[in-house]
Write a protein that binds this ligand. Structure first.
Ligand code: CA
Length: 376
């Protein structure tokens, strides 16, 4: 499937760049409360009853407060949430019906430094049968992925050797609709890794639930699914099983990419939209100025992509239409501070995690928090 979305995407980019120009001065990290009131997302105008209702962004409720740098968020089949805390390596369980979060696991061997620590978390799609939980974390020597049961002391390392650094550790993991585990990694400060097909850094990896290269990957026996990424921390699929990934830019442009198997997304040759070198590189479908976004988490509900922005301190809402994107709109600008993660729950609600205790934010009372927006 090609990127037949040029015109719409170009319009979206024009809109976003315009927004960027207007708001850059007011919305840096130093002014977390700047900006007008949040803009609730428009309800889906899609005809037909098959689309799930969009979450009601006008009805926020705290699902958990008093957290410390929540990073990964995933749901158990009963609707309870698991959240990982970056710096203290805890996994907490948040009851679906409300109530306080309680520690259910602590991942051994986590070395939290800079942006590294306990990062993404995922729940096995066969959890009712195998009870497996997956976590991506920064260890003493590398970034790695482990699998464990909540009542099991010893996690099993299923993938290791992802270079680590104080920055650009990637860390998002999520099971795709094909049942394989997708992993967003970063260049760990060495951009050359992103174009090196032998390196797991600066890639999206696709693994079996046992951590092996998934069958059907572009190069047999390789975990690499796509390359040329700088630092991927958001992964989400639409109803047609298209994968969207968010990525931090360096100085100028953050990106949303539609990920194709074997695609090369340009870093470090290209940041944002640029010369594709006769089709060798794939351009993003959305670009933002880094002040506007620094996009970490991503989620899709129906035909809408939500992106949680750290430095931009807002929730982006991007309409999707059969692989094309409409104009991105933002909400909650500065209201909750830095936003790390956004995930759709089994009941259709949208959960949003702050990151104000990560050393770059201004914590409010109750931070960090996870905010739940009910299905509309
Ligand atoms: Ca790119």
């Amino acid at each position: 499937m090609g990127r037949a979305n040029g015109r719409t995407a170009a319009i979206a980019r024009a809109g976003v760049v315009l927004l960027a120009g207007a708001f850059v001065a007011a919305c840096g990290d130093d002014e977390p409360n700047a900006g007008p009131p949040p803009t609730p997302a428009a309800r889906s105008a899609s005809p037909g009853g098959s689309r799930p209702p969009l979450p009601d962004l006008g009805s926020p409720r705290d699902a958990a407060t008093g957290l410390e740098v929540p990073w990964g968020l995933a749901f158990l089949p009963d609707g309870d949430a698991l959240v990982s805390e970056r710096d203290n390596a805890r996994v907490l369980r948040i009851p679906a019906k409300g109530g306080s979060a309680r520690e259910v696991y602590r991942v051994p061997g986590v070395v939290a430094q800079g942006e590294g620590g306990l990062l993404g978390i995922a729940v096995s799609p066969n959890y009712e049968r195998d009870q497996f939980v997956y976590a991506y974390f920064t260890a003493a020597s590398d970034n790695r992925i482990v699998r464990f049961r909540l009542d099991d002391d010893e996690p099993r390392v299923i993938f290791s050797g992802i270079a680590k650094a104080g920055i650009h550790n990637g860390g998002r993991i999520a099971f795709g609709p094909d049942g394989h585990l997708y992993v967003g990694t970063g260049d760990a400060g060495n951009p050359d890794r992103s174009q090196d097909r032998r390196s797991p850094n600066g890639k999206i990896l696709r693994l079996t639930p046992d951590g092996e290269p998934a069958p059907g990957n572009p190069a047999g026996g390789s975990p690499v699914y796509s390359l040329g990424h700088r630092n991927v921390q958001g992964l989400a699929w639409d109803s047609d099983e298209r994968l969207y990934a968010t990525e931090f830019g360096q100085n100028r442009f953050d990106e949303v990419n539609v990920i194709e198997s074997g695609g090369n997304y340009g870093w470090p040759e290209v940041e944002g939209e640029g010369d594709t070198d006769d089709g060798r590189f794939t351009n993003p479908v959305v670009v933002w100025g880094t002040d506007e976004s620094s996009p970490s988490g991503a989620a899709v509900v129906g035909d809408t992509l939500y992106v949680a922005a750290l430095r931009g301190q807002r929730l982006w809402t991007v309409p999707l239409d059969d692989g094309k994107v409409g104009e991105a709109r933002d909400g909650f600008r500065g209201e909750y501070g830095r936003l790390r993660t956004v995930v759709t729950a089994p009941d259709g609600s949208l959960w949003l995690a702050t990151s104000n205790r990560d050393g770059r934010g201004n914590p409010r009372d109750g931070d960090d928090r996870i905010i739940r927006f009910p299905a509309g």
